[in-house]
Design a protein around this ligand. Sequence first.
Ligand SMILES: [Zn+2]
Ligand SMILES: [Zn+2]
Length: 454
Amino acid sequence: MVLRQEESIGLDYLNLYMNRGDTMDRKFRNLIAYKVSKNISKEFHIQAIMCQAIIERTNIFRNISDGNFKKQEFNIEDIYDKALEAVDNTKNLVIMFNDFPICAYYHACCGGSTENSEYLLNTKIDYLRGITCQECMLNKESDSIVDLDLEELESIFKCNMSQNLMNEYSINNMLKILKKTNGNRIENILVFNKEIKGSVFSENLNLESSRFGFRPIKIRFYTKGIGHGLGLCQYGANEKAKNNWDYKKILNNYYTNVTIYKLDDFSLDLPIKNKKIFIDAGHGGEDTGYTNGSLTEKEISLKVTLKLKEKLEKVGACVYLSRSSDEYISLDKRVDMIKKSNPDFLISIHLNKSKFEGVSGAEAIYYWGDMNGKSIGENILSNLKKKMNIKNRGVKEGSIYILKESACNGVYCELGYISNPLESELLSKSDFIDNIANNIVYSILEYYENNILT
Ligand SMILES: [Zn+2]
Ligand SMILES: [Zn+2]
């Protein structure tokens, strides 16, 4: 691919963004392992833990795709070794249904069979179909008991026992199962005079499961299984793993008609796809800007601009220019053009000059209060420093005409000192210009990606 060139000069943004899947485990390895550590016991079989790793990765990936991903703090010390092993064994694998990551529900122990999605979510999800889970049927460890006073029951669900204390009282007047699922969970139950969903009932009573029965002692609830019963049953998964099922077979058992997909081949939308970016090459025509011998600010700003346009378009942006040749354009005309194209971001390219030859480096200015301009400016300067060792002179707040009048988010960049012998020599080289453009593109991508991720 064409992209090799960028890699060779040390930038990996095309790796990062053209094919985000490849970065999934590079970026989220620890987070996935942390979630695995939190959500499944390290005593479980490695194949069951691998299922959990694929589930966690799928859920993170789904949130990223939906734009719902939230960065989160976690403690690396909470991660156990087998979790990392499971993550690495399943690198970049996610569960897909119709080319979209599934919402990978799971629970601790189904108690004999899992449930259809309608039971909990009131909506049919094709890959969440109830199946029988032999292992849990035989498992007594997840059975539990909850005792409750009738008055408590009354107050939890805000319903009334019969007020007439002299009447005969039948257990049917207190609790009556109205409907069960095929998997033998309570779907609806009548509590005194009020109909309650089984899932709501068990949740309110802190029953471990909505697979329950009862008999009048006080009122004693017997539950089987732990959790809501949707998707993968961890206990069952572990038992199956012990019987030599691998993670693929287990996941395909609990999720109906899904595909286990390796994200390396999967490309999400680029973070700046269709973003409108306006690049304003400073000066032009009779207005040369600063000069040093034959080197002019107008020429360099145009070169950077044209490179930027080419590279930004390659990563999906929609690019507008105030000029693409050596012509004079007034500031007001520039402002008009910017307003007309109504960009998401404006970047104005300039160079600086000092009467002291030794002064060097890049700086950026954003309009008062424009935090987007500030962030992108900071990214640009720090990448220029990190990757090209261009001195970072800092991002400043200021009242630059073009930023103020065009009233859009943006940054005014002065990429170096034309008066500095070393910088002016570098600025006359096309490699150097190319590299500056790469770093600006990278900085913009970085900004938008962080924006997507936070
Ligand atoms: Zn089960
Ligand atoms: Zn200028």
